[in-house]
Design a protein around this ligand. Structure first.
Ligand code: ITT
Length: 215
């Protein structure tokens, strides 16, 4: 169903997009992807925090496209690696690496480590074209497994073990992961005040001036 308010999901990550579409499935907004528009420049994610990068991505997309935009900046923070890969999670094994390459690099870095505590963190930023933004954040704690397990999800899901369900994120269905994940929890906060968010967006969107040409 088409709703009058459109939000652009400002991500190029297909795994995230699928999760976000499911998380916002029943809400009264029309969701667009970056792919629904022509080519737009890439944002440089050079911020030092998830917060900075989320705002950069959301405000850039909102300004360029003229729609409210929602960005997610997230990553895996591993205690024994002093917080790495952290904000560099997507590029941890170089720009051409695959998700499996990144998981394997992490397992190698964790070889012989007894402290395997880790957390996924997620910051959501919803920005309007004039600059202001709302922010939501959440984390999900778990452990780095000894080997890859499971084929669902994306990114580091096969090596992130979630003890309460006794499986890795990649062994969960999307719905199961969305209930407990960093992204799922951050979206829950947003959805808990969805009416206010919609009002805020409407009030902060630039007005479309209606004008008529007169001779
Ligand atoms: P966009 O910036 O276009 O959204 P990205 O993949 O570059 O896509 P980030 O900069 O936020 O996104 O990097 C997040 C990385 O952290 C992502 O590529 C995964 O490797 C990892 N990650 C984040 N959330 C994850 C999740 O739920 N499961 C597994 N890995 C995740």
């Amino acid at each position: 169903m088409q709703h009058p308010l459109t939000i652009v999901i400002a991500t190029r990550n297909k795994g995230k997009t699928a999760e976000i579409r499911q998380l916002l499935g029943n809400y009264p907004v029309t969701i667009k992807n970056l792919d629904d528009f022509g080519p737009i420049p890439e944002v440089e994610e050079d911020g030092e925090t998830f917060d900075e990068n989320a705002y950069k991505k959301a405000s850039f997309a909102a300004r360029i496209l003229g729609y409210p935009a929602l960005a997610d900046d997230s990553g895996l923070v591993v205690e024994a690696l002093d917080g790495a890969p952290g904000v560099h999670s997507a590029r941890y094994a170089g720009t051409d690496a695959t998700d499996t390459d990144r998981c394997n690099k992490l397992l190698k870095a964790m070889k012989n480590q007894t402290n395997r505590k880790a957390a996924f963190e997620c910051v959501l930023s919803i920005a309007v074209p004039t600059g202001p933004a709302l922010t939501y954040e959440a984390r999900c704690e778990g452990f780095i497994s000894q080997e890859l397990a499971g084929t669902s999800g994306f990114g580091y899901d096969p090596v992130f073990f979630y003890p309460a369900l006794n499986k890795t994120f990649a062994q969960m269905s999307r719905a199961e992961k969305n209930k407990i994940s960093h992204r799922g929890k951050a979206f829950q906060e947003l959805k808990d005040e969805f009416d206010k968010v919609l009002t805020w967006i409407t009030q902060n969107m630039p007005r479309q001036e209606k004008f008529t040409c007169s001779e």
